[in-house]
Design a protein around this ligand. Sequence first.
Ligand code: MOS
Length: 738
Amino acid sequence: MTTYIGAPTSRIDGRTKVTGEARYAAEFTAPGLTYGSIVSATIAKGHMTSIDSRAALAVDGVIAVFTHENRPPLANTDQAYKDDVAPDGSPFRPLYDDRIMFNGQPIALVVAETPEAAQFAASLMQVKYKEEAHVTDIYQLRESALPVNAASNPTPPKTRGNPDQALTTAAVRHRAEYFVPIGYHNPIELYASTAIFEADGKLTVYDKTQGVQNVQKYLCSVFGINPDDLRIMSPFMGGGFGSGLRPQFQVVLAVLAARELKRSVRVMLTRAQMYALGYRSAMIQRIEAGTNTGQTLDVITHDAVTVTSQYEEFHRQETGWSGLLYKAPHAKYTHKLVRLDLATSSSMRGPGAATALFALESAMDELAIKLKLDPVEFRLRCYSDRDQNEDKPYRSKALRECYRQGAESFGWSTRNPEPRSMRDDGDLVGWGMATGVWQALQAKITVRIVLSADGRAEVACAVSDIGTGTYTIMAQVAADTLGLPLENITVTLGDSTLPHAPVEGGSWLATSVANGIVTTAEAIRDELLSLANQIPSSPLANCSTGDVCLVAGCLVSKRDRSCFVSLADAMRQGKVDRITQEKTTLPAENHTHANNTHAAHFVEVKVDEELGVIRVTRAVSAIAAGRILNTKTASSQILGGVVWGIGMALHEKALIDHAFGRVMNANLADYHVPVHADIQDIKVIFVDEPDDSNPLGLKGVGEIGIIGVAAAVANAVYHATGKRVRELPITHDKLLGP
Ligand code: MOS
């Protein structure tokens, strides 16, 4: 029975959020709460020769100042700082020693009775440095970039065919370089941790994170704490986008201070300090592609250079999307890393793919133009029903349908292919399109359900709801699988003491937790059946577990709906007033088929030719992502992704002053993101894509919304103006002039 699954259900936590009842990490409090203010390094590389806390300590209300000189003992191996999603290398260790590895690195924590005292005192810290030469410009080290470690995961897929040869014989060839600058996640909620020092000396930490258990494990390892003495809570999150996949340094500092002072401590970052966390790596990409005489792709090569820190090797599988998406007998990928004096780069919404597809989908547009083919037509000619990197077929891939429905809804067929041919009231009009592709994954998860005789159920799992709607989809799936009304379901999440969950990321969480609920609900059903069948002459006496389902508060025979036992009667028979089941669900085994989500984005821009002002006036995104659990929250998720894609195309760029190795626009006034005036008409379409890779047929919609959008905008700008901009963001200056 699916009353709720698939329905456009409003967020069950919506009211709590809009009324301000929902509390975020910096909003929890405790008697005698103290406030920590972080002091940040002002050089990019070197070490501190002195750090003087005297003036800070003299401020009224200041309780303590922690630096590398007086901090308590911390784990002394870098392995102890590895979290669940840490890349290769040696993680950053806050307040560990006098070394400075990036500008903005936390070097001291000032704790005071009030936030104002802490902040003021932090400004009085006297730090002397011995500076070393630093490099923060990817172009400066591009030539000496090193191939990604072959033993690390993920690495670029293997070469296919003979790409060098194929390029020399290609009928039509395209070769170009594309650039995406460093970008920041910029969630509206600032990173914060409130560490509550409980009466028994245990700590409860309200932390902004995408994975409470990841943070708990990490802190236990760093501080040598028993897991029973440290509870991490994250009931709500005001945006993460990947910045909260790894534990962030403020939680280390809050816990360090709370343990030392035996008091509760809150540490919240400033907006500027948010730019010392991870970021989306800059990416220099070169695409070389050739077509055959049949006007289809014959060969594609994709070379990428991305950024990591001096101490870790973060990268994703950036290049392989090229040879995955389009049929090409010959393909080659290389990926090199540049080590800069910055914090380690990190996952940011569709990591790897959002940047890679800007290059790939721009290149496909450029090739289509050379071939005088419609961009959709060219992509259809190159359509692949297999994942060629893995040489596996798809169980489902409804990308063709995305192209068809997206184009139809957009009105693509009336497009005049000639650049600068379409105008509206003096503005140049451009229509562009691009494809998106992302992974569809499932992770191991444990879900607990407690079902009461009164027909209420509590579903619990240590997942996070990073704003995507996890509370709601969990309630929907539980309601349907337990046969109860949605309002009878309570969802508990964001607490490290709950059953095991992976971090919320990679677009894998909805698939994982929803199928996890199905498994546990089946165990509940089975237990109810065994109770029901203890009833003398039970109407379900002849039923085995697969023959019954839960509907409207009853256990019902699937064969004969008139045979049923109510939950209340079954529990009364068993002399229980509740049933508890906790089950672990492993990812569905799948060695034979590839599993991806896809998108087709269509974008209209209008360009004021004299000023170079670009406006995205319309966008249609058609998404194929298996079964959609909630068309309302899923639509919102895609819409947000498209907005990000517009920001990536037109606005976003970290401006680093390489002389100081410092982000100069570390605030939301100077780091431009789209505002309401930039966003007009966006339509989201979900195409039908039945899939049986997991019991519910889910693929996840967390990230696919952004992937490809920047290229669709760039392609539309080309169509409007005849100017091909291969370096993001497409700002006015790049359109003006020759
Ligand atoms: Mo996502 S970038 O895995 O939060």
